[in-house]
Design a protein around this ligand. Structure first.
Ligand SMILES: Cc1ncc(COP(=O)(O)O)c(C=O)c1O
Length: 395
């Protein structure tokens, strides 16, 4: 498997690269690079508008990505976006503006990524809606009592499936069923869960689900918004332009009725072709057994870190992701990350775009190691060895 990822063959600062920044973005297998290269080399053309052979190939390639996503997630509607952030902003503009009125409440959690907070803050200013934040407790879980209480009169619940800082998997089935009982729609930020779990969107019962290709071996700059049929009917076009219209005259325009209504302009053609290759490549991965293997490594790593005197943020329960956030009691995180980089290890530091969560935890950042399919036990063991050597020398 590792041989299929050309970047994993390289060295960093004279050491073999050990890539532990997968929650930020994952590496790409050769088949994805080849698919995009092949499109630009052999089939480059715009989609939907011409009858020539190249246009047909480009259109088929682009639409194949949508078909694969529909099949994989059992989704009635798949709008192709620029990623999770753009998908959430699309819900705010296309659904929020058409369905929320002054005084309406939107429920968020303190665990959200900035991309599931800032669009709602901007909308709240514009529409005078109320934002209610569900707190994160000491054990890194959401306060479900406050969640239930906050549903009273709420129109929309926005929740992250798996936290990019803690790896904690939220009880989305319960959250969705409580929200539905209270008549609220649900938007799931699945940026960190889709790369690790198979999800049946219709069975799960959410109205919107947002995620990005680049966190699941696909290219950057593309993602998707899955939408239920009835929520789709409530959405108004957000961006206007080519491809989303049926007719245009100087007196007005009519719009497409399918997903194209929300994909104005030339779309992400090469990226869709690359993502489709990534989705097909992922079919060979047994997600459940990979989840167990990586979680086991994360649990072992967390214990080793605690034994070294680190604080680990997260709990690594059965459904949680292999994300290990930690802090040394005295050593600066960026210094630690630089010293690790000097030995070939790529880890993340900082607030991970989740400042409200870090504020709740009373910290300003963590060092984060996040694992994916191509990471091995040997890499994790070596990480512990090198880290303990660094601490001995520098702390
Ligand atoms: C939980 C979560 N939500 C949203 C995002 C934003 O994704 P993107 O930058 O691909 O739009 C990320 C990316 O780190 C994330 O981890």
């Amino acid at each position: 498997m590792r041989e299929q990822f050309p970047i994993l063959q390289r060295e960093v600062n004279g050491y073999p690269l050990v890539y532990f920044d997968n929650a930020a973005t994952t590496q790409k297998p050769q088949v994805v690079i080849d698919a995009m290269n092949d499109y630009y080399t052999n089939s480059n053309a715009n989609v939907h508008r011409a009858v020539h052979t190249l246009a047909g190939e480009a259109t088929d390639g682009y639409e194949a990505c949508r078909t694969t996503l529909k099949d994989r997630f059992n989704a009635p509607k798949v709008i192709i976006t620029g990623g999770t952030t753009e998908a959430i902003n699309l819900v705010a503009h296309a659904w929020g503006k058409a369905n929320l009125s002054p005084g309406d409440a939107v429920v968020l959690t303190e665990m959200e990524h900035h991309s599931d907070i800032v669009p709602w803050q901007m909308l709240a200013k514009e529409l005078d809606i109320e934002l209610r934040y569900v707190p994160v407790q000491q054990d890194f879980t959401l306060d479900m009592e406050i969640f239930e209480a906050s549903l009273d009169g709420a129109k929309l619940v926005c929740v992250v499936h798996i936290s990019n800082v803690l790896g904690v998997c939220n009880p989305v089935d319960k959250i969705i069923s409580l929200a539905k009982q209270n008549g609220a729609r649900v938007l799931l930020d699945a940026a960190q869960s889709v790369p690790h779990q198979s999800i049946d969107f219709q069975k799960m019962g959410a109205d919107f689900m947002a995620f990005s290709a680049h966190k699941m071996c696909g290219p950057t700059g593309i993602g998707a918004l899955l939408v239920s049929d009835d929520a789709f009917e409530q959405m108004q076009p957000f961006m206007g332009g080519g491809d989303m219209i049926e007719t245009v005259s100087i007196h007005g325009s009519t719009y497409q009725t399918n997903e194209h209504k929300f994909e104005a302009g030339t779309p992400k053609i090469a990226e869709a072709i690359g993502w489709n290759a990534a989705l097909e490549w992922m079919e060979q991965i047994d997600l459940d057994s990979e989840h167990s293997r990586l979680l086991e490594l994360a649990r072992w790593l967390s214990q080793q870190l605690r034994d070294m005197g680190m604080t680990v943020y997260g709990r690594h329960d059965d459904d949680d992701a292999a994300v290990v956030s930690f802090l040394h009691p005295t050593m600066n995180s960026e210094d630690l990350a630089h010293l690790l980089d000097a030995r070939g290890f790529a880890v993340r530091t900082g607030h991970h775009c989740a400042q409200p969560l870090l504020e709740r935890l009373k910290i300003t950042g963590t060092v984060r190691a996040s694992l994916y399919f191509y990471n091995s036990k040997e890499e994790v063991e070596n990480f512990v060895k090198q880290l303990s050597d660094i601490l001995e020398r520098f702390s």
